[in-house]
Design a protein around this ligand. Sequence first.
Ligand code: EPU
Length: 425
Amino acid sequence: MDVYKIRGGKQLQGTVRVSGAKNSAVALIPAAILADSPVTIAGLPEISDVETLQLLVEEIGGKVQVEDGKMTIDPTEIVSMPLPNGNVKKLRASSYMMGALLGKFKHAVIGLPGGCHLGPRPIDQHIKGFEALGAKVTNEHGAIYLRADELRGAKIYLDVVSVGATINIMLAAVMAKGKTVIENAAKEPEIIDVATLLSNMGANIKGAGTNVIRIEGVENLHGTKHTIIPDRIETGTYMIMAAAVGDGITIDNVIPLHVEAITAKLREMGVQIEVREEQIFIPKTEKLDAVDIKTLVYPGFPTDLQQPFCVLSTQAEGSSILTDTIYPARFKQIDELRRMNADGRVEGRSAIIAGPTELQAATVRASDLRAGAALLIAGLIARGETEIQGIEHIERGYSQIISKLQNLGADIQKVEGLTTASISE
Ligand code: EPU
């Protein structure tokens, strides 16, 4: 088993460059397979979710080349091979293969997707969208079967604002006959990024980034080149780190508009933030005040940063209440933080954290990606050596995390192949 070892208590300084957005990347790659000639995507993050999707595309006959940080996907020989097991189970975003393969071939077989365990993560709205477009959808032995004679544009009202359903329906609808309208669509920047790629491939999409998306189906989509947007959640993670242990950190390759909710909350806590055109600079923070946070769909405060914010709240004066309205059970970090001396508890869909507390180094386990990010920040704060297990979750979403942190002066290492015996010593 691989672990991270961090000797915390050091102040970090310098510049960190944000990578391409994970949640765009995992949709852009499936989107590319809709084309009839190669698509090149620049700036993809070096994360295991991207590697897994590359394997999935190769499994169905796609040719993928990665060079100089650019991935070229040649979809000309792709077939709608069933993907009932294996790599599809490793990540949530494999569900985008449903929309992409259905859109391209009018049929697909995809195993029910895996991904972080954040409580129930149904895909009923995706299925409702596919059915509205004319697909017959059945669940057989743990795989979703999608079949359509033809896909016809439809008006689809999402009962829940869902990033995944919005993107998946777009993927299925861009080559459907006629007009599709997605109402109550999600507005996340990643949706605009996917719509931009699809439009450059020849799709006709209007309104991405608003809650009504209109799509006029086209016959074919062609290859193009696309540069991915920066990862707003990675940006936010480094902003939180800078507030917790920074002594002057510049975060580079940022779209400040995408992190306004985070900037506002950090300012409320007393953090100084200098917003530049494509950078954010955070000087040393002397004192943090407690805040209440409620996660909401974009442009509200992102659920993906609720867990890292819990750690920052342990350093703030007073009692903070963090409520997750998107994933009410996304609090597995709290037990691990308690091992590190945090004063926190979960009540219903909220974490209540009292501070400030001196975090203590400990051996802890990441249960999911953002819990892992939270533990990293806690390990950087706590004096002594913290060991983080379950780092495969962190590596699903944070590109070059060790070298980025080392460049800021962190004492962190990845230790590979620790045996259970050496762990218990
Ligand atoms: N929902 C339904 N039915 C559906 C789809 C969603 O009830 O058919 C519910 C979910 O259970 C949840 C809410 O709607 O309560 C929002 O879910 P959404 O579909 O928007 O989430 P997702 O597409 O599965 C993406 C990100 C998540 C991020 C959420 C919310 C990707 C690959 N994942 O998931 O990212 O937390 O949106 O913003 O884009 C992460 O990066 O750590 C991560 C988990």
